[in-house]
Ligand binder design. Sequence first.
Ligand SMILES: Nc1ncnc2c1ncn2[C@@H]1O[C@H](COP(=O)(O)OP(=O)(O)OP(=O)(O)O)[C@@H](O)[C@H]1O
Length: 296
Amino acid sequence: MPADTNTTRSTGLHVGEIRPGVPKVDPIIVADNITRSFGGLKAVDVEHLEIPRNAITALIGPNGAGKTTLFNLLTGFDKPDTGSWSFDGKALAGVPAFKTSRMGQVRTFQLTKALAMLTVLENMKLGAKGQAGENFWVSLLPWLWRKQDDEIEQKALKLLERFKLDAKQDDFAAELSGGQRKLLEMARALMSDPTLVMLDEPMAGVNPALTQSLLDHILGLKAEGMTVLFVEHDMHMVRHISDWVIVMAEGRVVAEGPPDVVMKNPAVIDAYLGSHLDSDIGVVTGRVGVVKEKKK
Ligand SMILES: Nc1ncnc2c1ncn2[C@@H]1O[C@H](COP(=O)(O)OP(=O)(O)OP(=O)(O)O)[C@@H](O)[C@H]1O
């Protein structure tokens, strides 16, 4: 992958004045009037939102802002009360999760108990799409599914090598460290050759020793032409890795823009980001265009 592409922040992603809901030059997701309530609580109330293609977008906001609920809606794991949205120009409302993933939109999952009881390689194989076993007629022809199984295994092993988990292929996923689990979640997502990868708190529980590796892998996805959308509380990561930041609060998009612009917005800093903006992990990622300003 070209080194400069890997570290260059994408700019010029939006059209016109920066504001919540601003149109993007080349959006991969376009969402309109998405609402989802739980009882009397409107967890998500998004009027218009566009996610830029082949860029890294962070979705941030305080606890309970609606980030996970929006993620669930966009990926078909939950149904909105109202709204429509498209992925790559195709309408997605009402499309279930397994179909959105076949269409190229995949999300990572925290390792559940059941998945933790499987080996690393078995977890990877579960991430493959269009497996022969899903097709009744093909499943009756053992030579067809055995060949496919071999191909899936080869692909899984290649990815495990890339994520430096090949030595762990026969270990139970439960035995992995927090950071290795995150790498496995990402590697498993790549089994379906996605165009959009949605990461759920990729840095949560990651030991600093693996931070750089994780960041490099995420930058690598973009360098390969994928789009990344992630929910994250780690503001250092958000500042340094994202090309675009979307801020949610109380279900709504309250701000969005390039990280340096959003994070200089006093309302965003005071209300949502707290005061830990004074240190910098630019040295870790080596990204160009790193935000230098420190909060006074
Ligand atoms: N299944 C549910 N049933 C009832 N209320 C829910 C459900 N899921 C989410 N909520 C509520 O919706 C609101 C938004 O929650 P959500 O998990 O989307 O926020 P979040 O921004 O992802 O928060 P966090 O950063 O803490 O993960 C919260 O008030 C939450 O309690």
